[in-house]
Design a protein around this ligand. Structure first.
Ligand code: HEM
Length: 524
């Protein structure tokens, strides 16, 4: 068995991160009869993931992604799982223009509209709490599940972006598709960890998942029928996929269905969890939240005494919000939505971090291990410090220096953006920021030809959603998070440890119980 049991389950990636801390940036794991090398040095990851540069370029081995493929009906290779080759290239080239600056301009008003629907719901929750005569709590604001809200926003965005369809999640209307989607994703996650998962038919949850998967498949078939009969609007991913040609042939119905499922799986939960963790980290770090508010207020993007002046954020505002961009980058580092990162294969004998890795060896690049490594981010790797992405900050040094820092992570107002944190910018390659900075890029979206195709959309959503919500509401920990934070503080652990305690990894890093209750109070 080797290290299989260490890696299995919702906490497996934390075990691997702990091993990286103990054994360094390169070590090997034994999995049954094979060997897997774990790499957590971000510069080396960036070097081998690119086709240009010192290389050698390592491609994605299809064998490793087979379980992910099997979890997506009808089990065909997709942009996410296919090895480099004509199929992957045709799909990637066809879909890429959807994430261009000009196409994303169409998406910004939509993201704002969906976020404002959620803001209305938050307002109602806060108002209900204020007038609730039975509310004995002295805490300000109403309890609101921001994880649920974030999922509703990002699934609606994906509905529009993929198929030009309003899934109506942010209207809180019953939606068969969305009700099915959460158990389906959970089943897919379990299947990846354990290919025999769906055979456990004596388990009621497994039987429910099987029913959801079958129903989801039928709904997807219906969507494909409509798609083939009535092509969706030009700005959608589906419209672009219909243009893809592999050896001169368009994608067939099943290939199209696989791609739609792959984009939905890749783009919906990752971004929603990123929004959730950012809000939870800001709730746990009120001083940073206050500084973000001041930054928003300076641009007329925060409610206040003159709340009539509150205006909608535009893409042009992103460059004027370096602290918010840094908060997002730091949240993505501490709580990477894709914590297992990617796995590549050595094309020849190659020297990595001073060791020879044999041709054909699988090299796993777990991003949680990159992020939590003190070799990469110093003694304060577990601290939420957005200022590490602002120019003028010092790289973390010794434990003593780390301890002397403001433990609320509040940023020095004089600091300037280091590289717009690669977030508020147009969203180009995440690798660009490491070259101008002493702080290594955490590779949240990976690098090179197989990097995240949807990162510009994800960054736009994060900036627009967080600016809109933070300008209108104050967020504070709900009862469970407050309890975890107090427990962490009592044992001298940072707030991020409390968040990690509430998290599990089911493909994406998410709140283990599926919720993140925060207190929301309108800004005055
Ligand atoms: C915060 C949000 C997101 C994060 C952290 C993230 C992260 C990643 C990572 C790490 C990879 C590389 C995986 C690997 O090497 O196996 C990846 C690939 C991919 N992502 Fe994302 N992603 C996000 C949002 C999105 C969105 C919004 C979309 C689409 C709308 C998307 C679509 C994809 C696709 C299709 C790939 C495969 C690309 C290829 O191999 O050519 N992602 N993502």
């Amino acid at each position: 068995m080797g290290h299989v049991t260490d890696m299995a389950g919702a906490r497996g990636v934390w075990n691997v991160a702990a091993m990286a801390e103990k054994y360094g940036p390169l070590f090997k794991l034994q999995l049954m009869g094979s060997v897997l090398v774990v790499l957590s040095d971000p510069q080396t990851i960036s070097r081998v993931a690119r086709k240009t540069g010192p290389g050698p370029y390592m491609s994605k081995p299809n064998e490793v992604y087979k379980p992910l493929e099997k979890a997506l009906t009808p089990s065909l290779p997709s942009i996410l799982t296919a090895a480099d080759g004509p199929y992957w290239k045709a799909v990637r080239q066809a879909a890429a223009p959807c994430f261009s600056i000009s196409n994303l301009k169409n998406v910004m008003p939509l993201v704002l509209q969906l976020t404002k629907r959620v803001a209305d719901r938050m307002q109602a929750a806060a108002a209900a709490a204020a007038t609730d005569a039975n509310n004995s709590s002295s805490a300000v604001g109403g309890l609101f599940d921001v994880s649920d809200a974030a999922k509703r926003i990002t699934s609606d965005v994906m509905g529009h972006m993929l198929l030009g369809e309003d899934l109506q999640g942010t209207l809180w209307r019953p939606s068969e598709y969305l009700d099915l989607f959460y158990p389906v994703l959970r089943a897919q996650g379990e299947l990846i960890n354990n290919p025999l998962h769906l055979w456990q038919v004596w388990r009621p949850d497994v039987r429910l998942q099987k029913r959801c998967l079958a129903k989801h498949n039928a709904i997807m078939d219906g969507k494909m029928d409509r798609l083939m009969a009535h092509p969706p609007p030009d700005y959608t991913i589906a419209a672009h996929l219909l243009q893809a040609r592999v050896n001169g042939q368009p994608l067939n119905r099943n290939q199209l269905k696989t791609e739609v499922a792959a984009f939905m799986a890749a783009g919906f939960e990752t971004t929603s969890h990123a929004i959730t963790w950012s809000l939870a980290l800001l709730a746990a770090h009120p001083k940073v939240q206050q500084q973000v508010l001041e930054e928003l207020a300076a641009q007329g993007l925060a409610a206040g005494a003159d709340s009539m002046q509150l205006r909608d954020i535009e893409q042009a505002d992103f460059a004027a919000l370096p602290l918010l961009a840094a908060v997002i980058k730091e949240s993505l580092r501490l709580c990477p939505p894709a914590p297992w990162g990617g796995t590549k294969q050595a094309p020849c004998d190659v020297t990595l971090c001073g060791h020879t890795v044999k041709k054909g060896t699988l090299v796993m690049m777990p991003l949680l291990a990159v992020s939590l490594s003190t070799a990469n981010y110093g003694s304060d790797a577990m601290l939420f410090k957005p200022q590490r992405w602002l120019a003028g900050s010092k790289p973390a040094g010794t434990a003593a220096e780390g301890a002397a820092d403001d433990d609320d992570g509040a940023a020095d107002r004089d600091q300037q953006p280091r590289s717009a944190a690669g977030v508020g910018s147009k969203g180009g390659s995440s690798s660009s920021s490491s070259s101008s900075s002493t702080v290594p890029d955490p590779q949240t979206f990976m690098t090179g030809p197989r990097d995240c195709i949807g990162q510009a959309l994800a960054k736009l959503e994060l900036m627009a959603v967080l600016a809109t919500l933070l300008g209108r509401f104050e967020f504070a920990p709900g009862p469970k998070l407050a309890q975890e934070l107090a427990a962490a503080a009592a044992t001298g652990q940072p707030p991020a440890a409390a968040l990690h305690g509430l998290a599990g990894v089911h493909v994406t890093m998410q709140p283990e119980d599926g919720t993140m209750l925060l207190r929301v109070a309108p800004r005055r």
